[in-house]
Structures are given as C-alpha cells and as structure tokens.
Design a protein. Structure first.
Lengths: 344, 473
C-alpha cells in the first residue's frame, strides 16, 4: 500500500461519505413523507404528500445508484462483502424502493387508489427500516476471512441494528415532516408540525440509546471515543446535535416554516460526522480498512475525473430542479389533466 | 429439483429474470425521449400545436414506462454485490467504476431533468424546457453507452490482467474500447430506437385503424415509417458486424449460436443449420436442416472460410447450445420481419395510401404495425438471451467462470428472493399494461393548454381548441 493509494482512498472515503449524506438526507425526506403517509389522512392528503415529491424523488433516489457505483469502483471489496453479508435487508430494501417508486405514477393513474397509497407508505417504511438495519449491522461489524464474508444469512437480526433502524425511521419521518411544513399549507401543515415534534423526540431517544450502546457493544469504537485526542474531536458533535435539537423544537413551537428542516439537517449532519469519525479508517469493522479495500491509484484517479468532478455539476442541476419547483404544492401539481374543472 | 439447491444457478436465474424484465423499459425511454426532443424542436420551429400535443401525449407514456424502468434498474446494480460478490471483488476496479460513471454521468442527468421535462412546461421558458428534454434523452443514450461498454468488456475483456485474484486495469482506453464495444453499443442503441419507433408507429396505427384522431396520428405514423426506413436495415447490418466480432473473439459462442459441432476441413465450406436439435452429450445435432457453405459465407464472407466447431473446445468451456441457437434464430426472424414491414409500408405510402381519407382502408398494414410492438420487444429479449447465455460458462469471457463468481449464499435465500422478484414483476407488468391501455384508450388531450412561457402571446395560458388539422373523435 503506497501513500498515494492511501491518500486517494481517503479522498474517496470522504466523497462516498458525502454521497451517502446526500442520499440519506434527500431520499430520507422522501421516505419520511412516505412513512408519515401511513398514519391518518385521507386520499387527498396522501395525494398532496406524493405530489410534493413528484418532481424530485427520482433524482433523490439516484444518489443511491451513484453511491453504489462509486463504492463498487473505489472499494470493490466492501461492495462485495457488505452486500453479500446483508443479502436479505438489501433485497427487502430494494423491494420497498420498487413499491415506493412505482406508487407515484400508479397512484396517479389508478381509479382505486388505496393499494398504491399503501404501497407508497409501506414501501417507504420497509426501505427506511432496512437502511437502518444495514447501517447498524455495518457498525456492529462483519466477519471476514480471505476477502470473503464468513457469517450467516441472519447475522443482522440483532437488537443493535434494529435499534438503529428505529432511529433511522424516526429520523426520516422528522425530515419528511419538516419538508412537508415547507411544501404544504392548512391542516396537513399543522399535522406535520405535530408529527415533526413526535418524530424528533423519538429520534432523540433512539439516538441517545444508540450512542450509549455503541461503545458498550463495540470495543473498536469505544477505544476511539474515549482516548485522547479522539475524545475532544467527538465531543463537540453530540453537543452540537443537542443544540440543533433544541433550536428545532423552538422553531417548531414558533411555527417557522423553513428553520425546522434546516435544524433537522444539522442534527443529521452531526450524527453523520460522528459515524464517519467512529468508523474511520475502517469501512467494514473489524476487518476491512480503507487501505485493504481501495482500488489502484489509477482507478481512483480515473474515477475522480469521471465522477468526483461531476459532483458539483450534479449538485447544480439538481438544485435548479428544486428551484423550478419551489413553493407550495397542490394536489394536482403534476397531473394537470386530472384537474377537476377539466372534462376527463 | 437440483436447481433449487444450486445457489449459482438460482443467482443466474434471478439475474436473468431481473435483467430481462428491466431491459423492457429503457429501450423505450431511450428512443421515446429522442422522439420527444424531435417533437419539441418541430413544435418550436413550426408552432403547429399538434407537435406540442404529441409531445404531451407521448410523455405520459414515457413517464409510466420510466417509473417501472427506474425501480427495476436498481436491483441489477446491487445484485452484482449481493449475488456475485466474488465477481464484484475481482472486477470492481473496472466494472464498478463504469457503473459509477453510468450513474453519475448519465442516470443522474436523466433524473435531474426529468421533472422539468414532464412537469415544467408552465414553469420554465421554452428554450430551457427543450434543454431539459435534450438532457433526459442524452442521459438515457449515454447510459446505454456505459452499460454496453461494461457488458462488452465482459464479452471481450481487454486492457486488464489478473493479479492476486484481482483484475487490475492496465489501460482504461483499451478496456472501455474493448473489441466488442462499438458493435455492442450501436446494436443496442439501434434496438432502442427500433423498438421505440414500432411502439410509436404501432400505437398510432391502432388509432388510425379505429379512425380516432386520424390526421393527428398519421403524423406520428409517417414519422415512424420514415425512421424505420433508416433504422431497420441499418440494424441488420450492425447485427451482422456484431456477429463477426463474436466469430473472431468468442468462437465457442458463435459455434453454439450456430449449432456447429465439427470444424469444416480446409477447402470445404461449413453448412449453416436453419433448424437443428443439438445433442450436447454426443457433441452433434440429432437432426438439422442445413444449407451448404452458408455458415462460412456469413461468418467469414468466403464460401470455404474456416469456422471452428464446438468439438474443438473442451466440454467445460462450451456454452449451452439450444437456447442461444433458437434465441438467435428468433431474433433474426423478427428483425427481418420488421424490415419487411417497413418495405411494405413504404410501398403503400408510394401508392398514396398514407393519406387521412385512405389510411383506414389499410387494415392489414395497420394491424401488422400493432403486432410489431410485441415483436420488437421479443427481438430485444432474444438478442440478450443469445448474448448472455452464449457467453457461458464465463462471467468474464476466458477470465472468470460464472460458477466461481457467485456469492456463497444459502440456496433457499436466493430461491425466496427470486420468487419475490417474479411475483412483483408479474404484478408490475400487469398494472403497467392496464394503465398504458387506459392511457391509450383515453387518447391525446387536444385541448391541452399551450405553455404560457412558450406561446407567442406571452401572457397567461393560451388555450387552443382542436385545430382544423386535428379532428376530434
């Protein structure tokens, strides 16, 4: 392992982390809106909720595809081992994403809408749960020998990954609710304030439990947190997250429209930074590090020119799409042919 | 049931199912999005509202098609890791990288502008909308390029070598521009255009047959015929070129496709089996309907050219014969039929039959166009079967065997997800058909508001009633 390869590997650790943040935050609020759609609400509300995502969910989900490709190319070993180890949660997540994704158009087309409304909500919930389980299982460690996964099919079915999943589901619900506060009005917006508060408390509870449990369960992370100078690097993160949480509750209380989403983002970013710090330099603890899994410098440089350089461009045109569809959403946002005043 | 216990076979079946299902959708996205660019340019140039209405009508189909396409593409990317972990670990450096390129350069571009293209008519100026449509179309075609470059590399790996069990890239240029890449990309891209033009022409023909919106759909029908004039013969030529790359680079695959067991002796031509029943155990055909010298002719362009037979390859290096043999023949038959349908249409056009008042008399021709829709999809599926089954027993031709590339998963787990995919995909296909049929039944909205931003009045939303050129039902 030469220094150049390690350096490039670190760059890709950062870039993939960035893609993961983008995916988790952007599709996170999509999935969160989906999860919230399961609870109380008539077909009208569900239609508005789906319309609020209609123009952006596809691009948001595409970050997962970009992330997958980047991980596959930059750290093939991680791609092969992690997906093999997490076969069932990954497949279930895909099934969830399939139902969530087709639901948008099928719900709009269907005469009897309920099944596709449920597919939207249930698909989102399943996908979010599986993503939490995957995250928890990776933190928990994956047994590896000779570059092959040596564990079992059900290894991920442990209390810790399930607890992480609870945190992720409520975290997504928080993002979804605060996103809806920006996009909708009236009764649905009022409900979203309430749901944001509930989700935020539940997420805080789960996050606290995960934070306490992580070092107890996983020695490699404990040694990192409670040694110097690591302790001083990690310490500001929970404090900042807590502060953002308080600001979030305050802005929800005051009825601000945009601030709650922004504070939720900060909570997510802090959690993420904590996660990245805890894992580094491991990609799959306790065996696979950046140095073990990084592709050759030639490949990593080639990927930087082809994918890394494009990141800002992708961000620009994605932002433009958000800009075009800014403002409040209406039920008939994307299906003007269904406008009631028009003959069908 | 042995196969239910064999993880590698179940993983192959799962990949085959998910890939064969997925390919149904992007073929239409690639072609239809290009058609939308054309329509939008025509609309902006001529200001004929019919072009705008056409664009709006076909984008509805595109959106419905895209929703299934996008969700069915995700399993493919992740299956490389879940079911083919040893392949991913060994080949990720090149293969994963290219999938990453596809995601970042092409797929994101498509997704990033799709919303504006579909829902942004009233929100952005005409020029920006055209730009968005162009980016969607460009992204879709670029996506096909990267996927076919990656698949071409699995057929004819170049620019790499094995080192400690990992495939290391020596030259990205050589790997991307591998011997199979140019014909693979072109053949698939033309297949997308060809399928799309028969979908557009077939649906238009259905309206013409039923005398609904006749002048409106005569426009798109004629455009489909014109496109077919160029694309159907070109596709046959590229198909032939693609076949010769196979003959050169993957001789065992070619022999399997042709059911050709015994290498022809020098000075004698190899016969081409029109139909045959392969007997793999005894390394021969049980029976065959053969045409002398033709295999030499089509493979080497000489009557006595040498064509290696399957017996020249050890049994463990031979692909299955039956499936590639018949899939290939079905593909060729279907492709040639589509070209003949094009010629028939041109002949009727020259006879003046493609006019509003005469077109509905062309019942047989119009019905043939409707039938051509499933035929076009069948052609694509058969092509992929030939290509991928013929590559066996290799996942990366000559470098890595398929059986060595499968994740060591419990067979039951793969069987369960295979069943899951099967059930979900059957459901999606049925629902898609119902909604697509309903969309077509409903027909175009000839009173749809013209985009305010793009209309000449520039104020508010212009509403134009069905113009004289477009009779309503």
């Amino acid at each position: 392992m030469d220094a150049l390869q390690l350096f490039l590997g670190n760059i890709w650790f950062f870039l993939i982390g960035l893609m993961l943040v983008l995916y988790v935050v952007l599709d996170g609020f999509d999935l969160g809106v989906g999860i919230l759609s399961l609870f109380g609400g008539d077909e009208d509300h569900r239609s508005i909720m789906m319309a609020s995502l209609g123009s952006v969910w596809d691009a948001n989900e595409t970050w997962l595809v970009v992330l997958g490709g980047a991980l596959f190319g930059a750290f093939p070993l991680v791609y092969g081992i992690a997906l093999h180890a997490l076969y069932l949660p990954v497949m279930l997540m895909i099934f969830g994403l399939i139902f969530r994704g087709v639901a948008f158009e099928f719900h709009a087309q269907a005469r009897y809408k309920l099944p596709w409304g449920v597919a939207f909500g249930a698909g989102s919930l399943i996908a979010a749960t599986c993503q939490g389980v995957i995250l928890g299982a990776v933190i928990g460690g994956v047994p590896v020998q000779n570059n092959r996964f040596t564990g079992g099919l059900w290894d991920w079915l442990q209390p810790f990954p399930l607890l992480v999943a609870v945190g992720v589901v409520f975290g997504y619900a928080l993002l979804g609710a605060t996103f809806l506060i920006i996009k909708v009005t009236g009764e649905l917006q009022q409900r979203s304030y309430r749901r944001a508060r509930i989700s935020a408390w539940a997420m805080l509870g789960a996050a606290a439990a995960v934070t306490i449990w992580t070092p107890v369960l996983h020695e490699h992370i404990a040694s990192k947190w409670f040694s110097l100078p690591g302790f001083f690097f990690i310490l500001p993160l929970p404090l900042a997250a807590l502060l953002a949480f308080l600001m979030l509750m305050r802005s929800l209380h005051k009825g601000h429209e945009r601030a709650p989403f922004a504070y939720s983002l900060i909570v997510f970013l802090c959690s993420f930074a904590g996660l990245a710090f805890s894992l580094y330099p491991y990609l799959l603890p306790p065996a696979v590090t950046i140095a073990d899994a990084a592709s050759s410098p030639k490949t990593l440089v080639f990927m930087l020119t082809g994918i890394g350089m494009l990141l800002p461009v992708m961000l620009i045109y994605n932002s433009y799409q958000y800009f075009v569809f800014r403002g409040k959403v209406s039920r008939y946002e994307n299906h003007e042919e269904d406008l009631p005043e028009q003959p069908v | 049931m042995d196969i239910l216990l064999d993880t590698a076979i179940l993983s192959r079946l799962q990949f085959a199912l998910t890939a064969m299902f997925h390919i149904l959708w992007p073929v239409l996205t690639v072609g239809l999005s290009l058609f939308l660019v054309l329509l939008e340019i025509l609309w902006l140039k001529t200001r004929d509202p019919d072009y705008y209405r056409h664009a709006r009508f076909w984008s509805k189909l595109l959106l419905l098609n895209f929703s299934v396409g996008v969700v069915s593409g995700i399993p493919l990317e992740f299956e490389f890791g879940t079911n083919w972990a040893p392949f991913s670990i060994a080949a990720g450096e090149f293969f994963g990288n290219i999938l990453g390129f596809e995601g970042a350069m092409a797929f994101m571009l498509e997704a990033g502008f799709l919303g504006i293209m579909l829902f942004g008519w009233q929100r952005v100026p005409a020029g920006i909308h055209l730009f968005a449509t162009t980016m969607v179309a460009f992204g879709a075609s670029l996506s096909a390029f990267w996927i076919m470059a990656a698949n071409g590399w699995m057929q004819t790996p170049a620019g790499v070598h094995f080192e400690d069990g990992i495939i290391v890239v020596d030259s990205y240029a050589a790997a991307i521009f591998n011997p199979a890449m140019p014909t693979s990309v072109l053949h698939m891209w033309l297949a997308c255009l060809e399928t799309s033009l028969f979908v557009i022409g077939g649906i238009s023909a259905w309206y013409l047959m039923n005398e609904r919106y006749s002048s409106f759909f005569l426009k798109s029908f004629r455009m489909a015929v014109l496109a077919a004039v160029i694309i159907t013969p070109l596709q046959i030529l590229i198909g032939d070129a693609s076949g010769r790359v196979v003959a050169e680079q993957q001789p065992a695959k070619l022999a399997a496709i042709e059911g050709h067991w015994q290498t022809n002796p020098p000075g004698e031509g190899a016969a081409w089996a029109l139909l045959a029943w392969p007997d793999t155990k005894n390394q021969r055909n049980l029976w065959a309907v053969e045409i002398p010298n033709v295999l030499s002719l089509i493979t080497t362009h000489s009557l006595t050219g040498r064509v290696a037979g399957l017996r020249d390859f050890p049994g463990r290096d031979q692909p299955p014969v039956l499936l590639p043999f018949y899939a290939f023949r079905l593909m060729v038959l279907a492709g040639v039929s589509l070209a003949m349908l094009m010629m028939w249409s041109v002949w009727r056009w020259r006879r003046g039959a493609l006019q509003v008042h005469r077109i509905s008399d062309e019942r047989a021709l119009l019905r043939a166009w409707v039938v051509a829709i499933p035929v076009a999809y069948l052609t694509v599926e058969m092509g992929w079967l030939t290509r991928e089954v013929g590559r066996q027993p290799w996942i990366i031709y000559g470098m890595m065997r398929t059986e060595a590339a499968a994740s060591a998963l419990p067979a039951g787990a793969v069987a369960a997800t295979l069943l899951g995919y099967f059930l979900i995909y059957v459901l999606l296909l049925i629902v898609f058909m119902v909604f697509a049929a309903r969309l077509i039944q409903r027909g175009p909205d000839l009173e749809i508001a013209l985009p305010a931003a793009a209309s000449n009045t520039g104020v508010g939303t212009a509403r134009v009633a069905g113009s004289s050129a477009s009779q309503r039902e």
